[in-house]
Design a protein around this ligand. Structure first.
Ligand code: GAR
Length: 209
């Protein structure tokens, strides 16, 4: 099985979805580490309750991004991780770190990329007046929220939505999408080819939900 480390900063509900999917013996990946930059992250306790090894590496203890990223890299190597899933990890990683894990690091972003990069994606979607919104799993490249797309899920925007109501609709789809996308990548059915993701025998609901 592919050994996956999940990096979080908060609640960790995507991490729990990945961990629950990985309990299935036929799932091609196992979660070997949950790592947070915030020692108080709720997700760390949730991971521990699931029996998953956890680490907290507090970014505030490091003088700069490069030394913080080196500490994360060390922890990932100690855990024998093959692949990283960013799941609500709210630190920008250095180009050096991203390049070291090129093709081996996924992120979930709460919008239909390439729309609404960065933060406050639900407010951005409401301000733009889109009728469809959603989430994207993509490979991580140095440019923020710009890597090759593995899978997306869409939700409607309703009259009267506010960022919280929209976020609540999107997160349900995130928890469905991320395990499917991870299964495609870990099972080597999704691979990078010329800056795009090529999927062998795509499942009808695994790429666009
Ligand atoms: C998710 O909505 C995820 O897409 C988003 O943070 C939330 C984490 O929730 N990630 C980003 O905004 C990354 N820039 P969770 O901790 O419950 O998985």
């Amino acid at each position: 099985k592919v050994r996956v480390a999940v990096l979080i900063s908060g609640r960790g509900s995507n991490m729990v979805a990945l961990a629950e999917a990985a309990r299935d013996p036929s799932f091609p990946a196992e979660i070997v580490l949950v790592l947070s930059n915030d020692p108080g992250a709720e997700g760390l306790a949730r991971a521990a309750a699931l029996g998953i090894p956890t680490r907290a590496i507090d970014h505030r203890s490091y003088p700069d991004r490069a030394t913080f990223d080196a500490a994360i890299d060390m922890a990932l190597r100690e855990a024998g991780a093959d692949l990283i899933c960013l799941a609500g990890f709210m630190r920008i990683l250095t180009d050096g770190f991203v390049e070291r894990w090129a093709g081996r690091m996924l992120n979930i972003h709460p919008s239909l990329l390439p729309l609404f990069k960065g933060t406050h994606t639900h407010a951005q979607a409401l301000a733009a007046g889109v009728r469809l919104h959603g989430c994207t799993v993509h490979f991580v490249v140095p440019e923020l929220d710009a890597g090759p797309i593995v899978a997306q899920a869409a939700v409607p925007v309703h009259e009267g939505d506010d960022p919280d109501s929209l976020a609540a609709r999107v997160i349900v789809q995130e928890r469905r999408l991320y395990p499917k996308a991870l299964a495609l990548v870990a099972g080597r059915r999704a691979r990078l080819d010329g800056g795009r993701v090529v999927i062998d025998d795509p499942p009808p609901d695994g790429v666009l939900v």
